[in-house]
Design a protein around this ligand. Structure first.
Ligand code: ATP
Ligand code: MG
Length: 330
């Protein structure tokens, strides 16, 4: 039987956070044995906010090394850079003609990022979810493992697939989101009502996969907590709940197990324990990423092989789309 298809990506728009790791990359590793996986480095999405070119180039390679260090096997998956496969931009153009300006401008991420980058509310920022739909639909994807923040975008991908199929005949498979429970939304350490983001301007808000042990412990020490002193997950305790969630995600335990092991402990010792758990889990990934980054030739080769594999799959869908919309071909 043909394997089901999985597609996901992360933007090289900053250093990756533990949110990206728990919400996305870590779940990819579990899928690679059973699915036909496409994992991209979304550089085209990244330029929807201003990037420094040399930094973007460096972070792209850093991210390729990180994927592999986290356990993505380039033999099993297509690991590639989005801009290396031009079909993403080409399909995005066609899907743009099916997307209403109203629905694109209603997207939460567009509104958030427009507010944060008020001097650069560009067309690409509004088009972000349409390019994401193109990414996903190109590979006839069944499942998209993402964090909860991308759910709305995935809804749009589904709507566009259905709209295209209705107008031009069956062409796209309609993808389903795969959102991890628990780790679906890691909040900022400085504001538990905000999601942790790699582009947050407050460096204490996010724990980066590249942070050393001292930085990790310091950030958890400064993490905002709630009033009272009980270490329990509840709506009245968003800060503690987030820290417990991070602990569970890294320790592989349930909320009630975590609550039980911290019963009677003070906030200070609790935050230290969470920090140590995260630092211990990240250390081997960091060492492996560093080793891989010294093997530039290997990384270049695996990205070339990945884009070749992605291109072959993408081309099939794109030719079908061009035929359906009536583009003239010999
Ligand atoms: P940016 O601020 O530049 O948008 P980001 O941290 O939101 O960066 P993305 O590249 O947009 O990262 O998203 C990559 C993946 O990480 C997506 O699947 C997204 O859902 C997931 N993700 C991002 N932030 C979190 C979070 N705080 N918790 C869980 N998953 C997250
Ligand atoms: Mg994002």
């Amino acid at each position: 039987m043909e394997k089901k298809v999985v597609y996901s990506a992360v933007q090289p728009s900053g250093n990756l956070t533990i949110g990206n790791y728990i919400g996305a990359i870590r779940s990819w590793v579990k899928l690679q044995n059973d699915y036909d996986c496409f994992f991209a480095i979304a550089d085209m999405h990244a330029i929807t906010v201003r990037q420094e070119p040399a930094e973007l180039r460096r972070r792209t390679l850093d991210l390729a090394a990180l994927y592999v260090a986290c356990g993505i096997d380039p033999e099993k998956c297509a690991l590639y850079v989005q801009s290396h496969v031009s079909a993403h931009a080409e399909l995005c153009w066609v899907l743009n003609t099916l997307t209403y300006v109203g629905e694109a401008s209603r997207m939460t991420q567009f509104k958030d990022k427009s507010a944060r980058h008020a001097d650069n509310v560009n067309m690409g920022l509004m088009d972000y979810p349409v390019l994401m739909a193109a990414d996903v639909l190109l590979y006839q994807t069944d499942l998209v493992p993402v964090g909860a923040d991308q759910k709305q975008h995935l809804e749009l991908s589904r709507d566009l697939a259905i709209r295209f199929n209705n107008r031009y005949g069956e062409t796209f498979r309609v993808p389903e989101p795969l959102i991890e429970r628990g780790g679906a939304k890691i909040a900022s350490l400085q504001d538990p009502f905000k999601k942790m983001s790699k582009s947050d301007e407050n460096p204490n808000a996010s724990v980066f996969l590249s942070d050393d042990r001292d930085a990790i412990l310091r950030k958890f020490k400064r993490a905002v907590t709630d009033s009272g002193d009980a270490i329990v997950a509840s709506e009245e305790k968003p800060g503690i709940t987030n820290l417990l969630g991070i602990y569970c995600a890294f320790k592989g335990c349930t909320m009630s197990e975590a609550e039980a092991s911290f019963a009677g402990m003070g906030y200070g010792d609790f935050k230290l324990a969470v920090g140590e758990t995260v630092a211990d889990a990240l250390a081997p990934i960091q060492a492996e990423q560093k080793r891989l980054l010294s093997e530039k030739k290997y990384l270049a080769e695996l990205l070339a092989a990945g884009s070749e594999r992605a291109f072959r799959a993408a081309r099939k869908t794109l030719s079908k789309v061009y035929r359906k919309v009536g583009f003239y071909r010999e």
